[in-house]
Design a protein around this ligand. Structure first.
Ligand code: BGC
Length: 469
């Protein structure tokens, strides 16, 4: 049974202690795209996969990248849609490129726009949950070397101060980074994000180390500001594992690759850092490349963000698959609710509140969405019933959007949207499973726990959560 064992945070005066937050998560870049100001805008307009295949949705392809579903302009409507599905919270990102398009120059229009978004949330009683860095940053920062250079951490810290000075009074829940390990893998090892390196394990480790240091530095900088002690500052991590489907000699190569893939996606690395303050990065053949312990010990962190989708299973031909009976999503992984429970259990060791900051399914046919929603929600309720300190659940995502390296091909949205204009924010049938859970289960954390304990003893069918897992 997991109880709070210790806290790496500063504790809280906490309006959230009694509330279970339920809502949706977006990233402003994925839902607005074409700002011409960020690393991703430049990359999407310059790299061959984006400019030559309609498949990924592009300038020369079938669809232009354009403004995605245009949250930047249509935020009011979208926040209303989030409210309509029963959200009492909304996770979004600050776009550093829009805020500080040139180093040292803040765009007042972008600041105003974020205030307007927060007004819309406030009017509907929606708690904001803000991420400072969701894979994107300004072109000028990228050109200075981004997080490859330790001295650039200060630029991120300064940007965090600017945002906190402006919005600190309006937002309690903050995350410094979204999935630093996913960012470093895609950008430096997998060549699927800017700056687009392949197999650069050494730089990947350095970048990850600097991002984690930047988390600590931004945390302290924000806490030291007026209103800082009331802020809850966390980190959002991607919890993924890789498995070989078979175990015989034919599977040895795939097992080796899975071992390294899991390592590079960084769960073990980040886990060790959270528990000890020591960052260790290993590279195949070479061995340990970086080993550095923060003299201050464990990193500061008020809450833990769990982004969980699934695990990757590979057969001996390196094809993505599931284990027997598992249903695949449109992405390269199956529906795997047990992994949600495992992620919560493992993360509970940090002794701080946990939020499911992202979970969802790409399902263009909409014939698996309700199964995913119900089985993953059930896993979260089971964890609550077992005493784990989970405080919220964010579904990824509200409206179909730009799914990074695969463009507009993946339909994660509760609401259907098509880049060619054939659909605009139509609630999917499968999404109604989430609406039902959001609207019928109690908002109050203690009451929700009581329901979860009762259902875990009596069976889940009263909540309509039978079947699958
Ligand atoms: C990222 C999102 C992404 C989602 C679905 C997460 O890893 O934070 O930006 O769209 O996964 O793949």
């Amino acid at each position: 049974m997991a109880l709070k064992t210790r806290s790496q945070g500063t504790g809280s005066s906490d309006p959230y202690d009694s509330k279970f937050l339920k809502g949706v998560a977006i990233s402003v870049w994925q839902n607005s795209c074409d700002d011409q100001l960020s690393n991703w805008s430049r990359y999407a307009y310059s790299r061959w996969p984006f400019t030559h295949f309609g498949l990924v949705g592009t300038t020369k392809g079938k669809y232009k990248i354009g403004n995605s579903c245009n949250f930047w302009e249509r935020y009011r409507e979208d926040i209303q849609l989030a409210h309509d599905v029963g959200s009492n919270t909304f996770r979004f990102s600050f776009e550093w490129g829009r805020i500080e398009p040139t180093h040292g120059v803040i765009d007042p229009a972008a600041i105003k726009r974020y205030h307007e978004m927060l007004d819309a949330m406030e009017e509907l009683g929606i708690e904001p949950n803000a991420t400072l860095h969701h894979f994107t940053h300004p072109i000028w920062f990228e050109d200075k070397g981004g997080f490859e250079k330790e001295e650039n951490i200060e630029f991120f810290v300064e940007y965090s101060r600017i945002i906190f000075r402006e919005f600190g009074k309006r937002i309690k829940l903050w995350a410094t980074f979204n999935e630093p390990t996913c960012y470093t893998f895609l950008a430096y090892i997998g060549a699927m994000a800017p700056p687009g390196y392949i197999g650069n394990m050494i730089t990947a480790g350095r970048v990850l180390h600097h991002m984690l240091k930047a988390h600590t530095a931004a945390y302290h900088a924000m806490k030291a500001m007026e209103g800082g002690s009331g802020a809850q500052i966390g980190l959002v991590h991607h919890h993924i594992t890789f498995k070989s489907r078979g175990d015989n000699i034919l599977n040895y190569p795939v097992k080796w690759v899975c071992g390294w893939m899991e390592y590079w996606w960084g769960w073990d690395v980040v886990d060790h850092w959270m528990l000890t303050g020591e960052f260790v990065w290993k590279v195949p053949v070479v061995g340990t490349w970086i080993k550095e312990k923060d003299p201050d010990g464990k990193p500061p962190c008020d809450w833990w963000g769990i982004n969980y989708y699934s695990r990757v299973v590979l057969n001996w031909l390196f094809q993505t698959t599931g284990f027997q009976g598992e249903v695949m999503t449109d992405m390269y992984y199956p529906i795997y609710p047990e992994g949600m429970y495992n992620a919560i259990k493992r993360s509970s060791k940090y002794g701080i509140p946990m939020y499911i900051t992202e979970t969802g399914i790409a399902d263009s046919k909409d014939d698996r969405r309700s199964v995913m929603i119900e089985s993953y929600y059930k896993a979260v309720l089971q964890a609550l019933a077992d005493g784990y300190d989970v405080r919220g659940f964010y579904y990824w995502t509200l409206v179909d959007n730009f799914e990074w390296a695969v463009g507009y091909t993946m339909r994660f949205g509760l609401y259907r949207w098509e880049a060619d204009g054939s659909a605009d924010r139509v609630l999917r049938e499968g999404s109604k499973a989430l609406v039902k859970l959001f609207k019928t289960l109690p908002d109050n954390l203690e009451k929700l726990k009581a329901v979860a304990i009762q259902s875990s003893k009596k069976g889940w069918s009263d909540l309509g959560l039978s079947g699958y897992a």
